[in-house]
Structures are given as structure tokens and as C-alpha cells.
Design a binder for this molecule. Structure first.
Ligand SMILES: [Zn+2]
Ligand SMILES: [Zn+2]
Length: 472
């Protein structure tokens, strides 16, 4: 049932440099990774899984257990710590060029590199030397040391040894800029929890088609699967822009990285696939795990007050019931859990209707009309989209139609998959004998779509309220 447009991250694994292959085989067999999920293709371990897939979740569970075992609190930035903590050699090999680099924040970031090359009048790349090597190799006089100290907001007149110590204590160990790691965390997608490409090759491959486009494909597919409201075409376009922007500090973990567009209201909880995005690095985005925080809830309520739609038609009941009861992050976590549960029930009801009546009635909840426009963006500031200028032009090209067809096809295919997958489970509020459901199906078969719509909404409201009243 996989569409040709669906590029799974597992399928876009590129050729491995022979050093990387050796590295991968060593790591997979190493005792430090015992029990971490991996499959083989011949003698080659499958290095990459999709973060949100079943296998990805298996890996994440393993990493969470490691955090617990090593006393690392599961919170923002924990995977950046645990992946480094258990790494056996502390050296990662680049999949692209085979270079071996420190996994620690020991390399100058771009800005610092610029200062260093100008000051010392040298031509070096970011990954040629660690900061320690640079100090040892290029600092000959106290003035040189003072210059480096200034770059790190450290006092003058430190000797070489204490300068290095200060930098390691205050910057390397704390994973702070102006330093960059030889490789960024990417947990749980990659087996060792690090990106396959090192700092040496990261940009080369980022600019290429594979990462940004593919990621957008995986994510917009998720929006269709969730029957999300919102201008999906505009949201996809803006999401694509996030990946194209230069690296920046992730507002969650503080690591410098490419940003992904995080839905402030997770689509798996029934929120819209719209441009209410916040920037977040890929690993924070994966570990956020379909939850919102108190701050996210406040932002969503604020957007609603300004007249923006944040929640999809089918999940408005759960959201309206819960949104004013959320007073802290713990409440937000519980509310996320309940909204996810309600949303699964929504998809179940839709899948039963689809099974019994086909597409004709349900298609009214989809929005193919959004495919008709093309978008350009001005004033794009990832951290503050309030100043974003969207330039919309009508367009009816072949590509647009392909987009639209894909949107509709995936929406329905996923309902089919949903009912197949949940066929024998009875963890839903209703079953296929439910009398309200049968009435809806009856109205649809009589072409009473308006009546069916009302009945469907009242059924979804009833289901959401039952779940929440019981479990909140
Ligand atoms: Zn490389
Ligand atoms: Zn992050």
C-alpha cells in the first residue's frame, strides 16, 4: 500500500564509505549497545529507522532506559548527553567521507572559525583541528591566548593549560557555542544516536535533495493520515522552508543544527496542519513525541483568540473541554494523552464509515481546494512567524493536481490501513455494531449528508466527553 511518493527515511540510506561500514559493524556488535533494536540486510546492519515508526519507538525506549540507568534525566537535550556518554570510542566516522571526528563539542563553530582564520591568518576547515589543537598549535604568545580567551568570554592572562581547562569545563562539557560537535545527535533514527554525516559533510548533504524534501514528504503524509484541517499546501511549503534555512541554535536543547518545523499543536492530537510552527531540531522534534506543554497550550489559545483555527473539526470537542483546565506541564501531558486517545477514536469512527459507505460522504471533510495556490515567503524568521509575509499566487499545474491526488489518496488509504490494523482490537469506545454509527451510515446511504454530518459530530463529541470525563 506504500505510495511511490512516500520516501521512508530507511529507503534513502546512501552509499556507505568503507570506513563507515567498518565503524557501523563495530558499533552494532559493541556491548554498550546490547539490546538496541537493529535489523540486518545480509551482513550489513540497517542503520536508520524512522523516529516515529514502531522500530524507532523501540529504539527510543532503549535510549530512555539507558538514561535511567546512567542517571540522566529524561528531558530536553538528554539524548545529546546519553549518546555521548555510552559511545565506546568517542569518535564518530562520517558516512560520506569516512573521516573520524570527536563526538564532543570540540570544534569551532562557523563564527569562531571566521575569527580564528582572520586572527591567525590561516586557512583551516571547521573539522581540521579541535579547539585544544588550535591553542596548542597556533598560540605562541600571551596575546594569542588572550584573543582566544576573549572569544570565550574568559579573562586575560590565563596560561595555555588553564585556558584549555576553562574552555573544556565551561564550553565543551556544557555543549555550548561557539563550539560545535564533530557530529550532531540524531536519536533514535540512527543506531548510535548520531547523524550519519559528520560536521565535515553535513552541509553538503543537507543542501542536496534528500534530507529536506524527504522529511517534508514524511511529515505531510502524517498530516493527511490524521485528517488534519488547515491549509496543508501552505503548511507543506513553509515546512520545506524550515529545512532550507541556515543552522541555528535549537530553542529546546540549545544545540546548533538545522531546524525542522514543529507543529505547536501536534497533528496526532487532532490539531491543524497549519503554519503554527515552532523551530526545533530533529532530535528534539522526535523526542517531543506528540505532546504539548503548558506553553504550547497558551500559544494555541492565544492564536485562537486572534481568530485563527488551531484544532481540526473532529477534535474540537476534546480541545474545548480541556484547554481551560490545563494549568501546568503535568496537566498538559495528561491532556495530550487524552486528546491522542480521542483522536484515535475519531480515526476509528471515520474508518468504519469509510468501510461502510466509501469516499463520497467523507470527502467533504477534506480540502483539495488548497492545492490551487503557489506560495512565496518574505520576512521569514523561524523564531517569530508573526511578521511572515505570505505571497499567494493561483496555480493549476500538473504538479498541483498530483499533490491534490496524493493528499486524497493518502487520507483514504490510511483509513483503510487503520481499520485493518485495529480490526481485532476493542480498545475503542464504540464497535461496528454501535447504533449511532449505524444511523449515520443509514443517513449517508439515503444521501442525507447534512443529517449524517450532524450525527457524526454529535457522536464524536459524545465519545470525546466520555473518555475525558472518565479519565481526566
Ligand atoms: Zn565527512
Ligand atoms: Zn533540539
Amino acid at each position: 500500500m506504500q505510495s511511490p511518493y512516500f520516501y521512508n527515511m530507511e529507503q534513502i540510506d546512501r552509499t556507505w564509505h568503507k570506513n563507515f561500514e567498518k565503524y557501523a559493524k563495530m558499533i552494532v556488535k559493541h556491548k554498550n549497545y546490547k539490546g538496541l533494536f537493529v535489523e540486518y540486510e545480509g551482513d550489513k546492519p540497517k542503520w536508520v529507522v524512522t523516529g516515529k515508526s514502531i522500530n524507532g519507538r523501540k529504539r527510543l525506549q532503549w535510549w530512555n532506559n539507558q538514561c535511567q540507568k546512567h542517571g540522566v534525566t529524561i528531558q530536553k537535550g538528554c539524548y545529546a548527553i546519553i549518546t555521548r556518554l555510552i559511545h565506546p570510542t568517542k569518535k564518530h566516522v562520517c558516512q560520506c567521507c569516512g573521516k573520524e571526528l570527536s563526538i564532543y563539542y570540540e570544534y569551532p563553530n562557523k563564527n569562531l572559525l571566521k575569527k580564528l582564520t582572520a586572527y591567525f591568518n590561516i586557512k583551516i576547515e571547521q573539522t581540521d583541528y579541535t579547539i585544544k589543537d588550535i591553542i596548542n598549535k597556533f598560540c605562541n604568545k600571551q596575546n594569542d591566548l588572550n584573543f582566544i580567551a576573549k572569544c570565550f568570554n574568559l579573562p586575560d592572562n590565563l596560561d595555555k593549560h588553564s585556558l584549555i581547562n576553562h574552555i573544556y569545563e565551561q564550553y565543551v562539557d556544557k555543549m555550548k557555542s561557539p563550539l560545535s560537535p564533530g557530529v550532531m545527535s540524531n536519536c533514535p533514527d540512527r543506531f548510535d544516536g548520531f547523524h550519519s554525516d559528520g560536521l565535515c559533510c553535513r552541509e553538503k548533504t543537507d543542501k542536496g535533495r534528500h534530507k529536506s524534501n524527504m522529511q517534508t514528504y514524511v511529515q505531510d503524509r502524517r498530516a493527511y493520515e490524521n485528517w488534519s484541517d488547515g491549509d496543508w499546501n501552505l503548511a507543506n511549503r513553509l515546512m520545506g522552508e524550515f529545512h532550507k534555512q541556515p543552522i541555528m541554535e535549537c530553542p529546546i536543547c540549545g544545540n546548533t543544527n538545522k531546524m525542522t518545523a514543529d507543529h505547536i499543536g501536534p497533528i496526532s492530537l487532532g490539531f491543524c496542519h497549519s503554519i503554527n510552527f515552532a523551530p526545533m531540531c530533529n532530535s528534539c522534534n522526535s523526542s517531543k513525541n506528540n505532546r504539548f506543554t503548558k506553553k504550547d497550550v497558551d500559544t494555541l489559545k492565544h492564536l485562537e483568540n486572534k481568530g485563527k483555527q488551531v484544532i481540526s473539526w473532529h477534535s474540537v470537542y476534546a480541545w474545548d473541554y480541556l484547554k481551560d483546565k490545563i494549568n501546568n506541564d503535568e496537566d498538559a501531558k495528561n491532556a495530550s494523552y487524552l486528546m491522542a486517545k480521542c483522536h484515535q477514536n475519531v480515526l476509528y469512527v471515520l474508518s468504519l464509515i469509510y468501510k461502510n459507505t466509501g469516499k463520497e460522504f467523507l470527502v467533504r471533510y477534506l480540502h483539495p481546494e488548497y492545492s490551487m495556490y503557489n506560495y512565496r515567503f518574505e520576512n521569514l524568521n523561524l523564531s517569530d512567524l508573526s511578521t511572515l509575509k505570505i505571497i499567494k499566487t493561483p496555480l493549476d499545474s500538473k504538479n498541483k493536481r498530483k499533490n491534490k491526488d496524493r493528499y486524497i489518496r493518502i487520507s483514504f488509504e490510511s483509513l483503510e490501513e487503520f481499520s485493518a490494523k485495529n480490526n481485532r482490537k476493542n480498545n475503542f469506545e464504540i464497535n461496528d455494531d454501535d447504533k449511532d454509527l449505524k444511523n449515520i451510515i443509514k443517513q449517508i446511504s439515503k444521501n442525507n449528508y447534512t443529517k449524517a454530518d450532524l450525527l457524526l459530530k454529535s457522536l464524536l463529541k459524545h465519545i470525546s466527553e466520555t473518555i475525558i470525563k472518565r479519565e481526566w
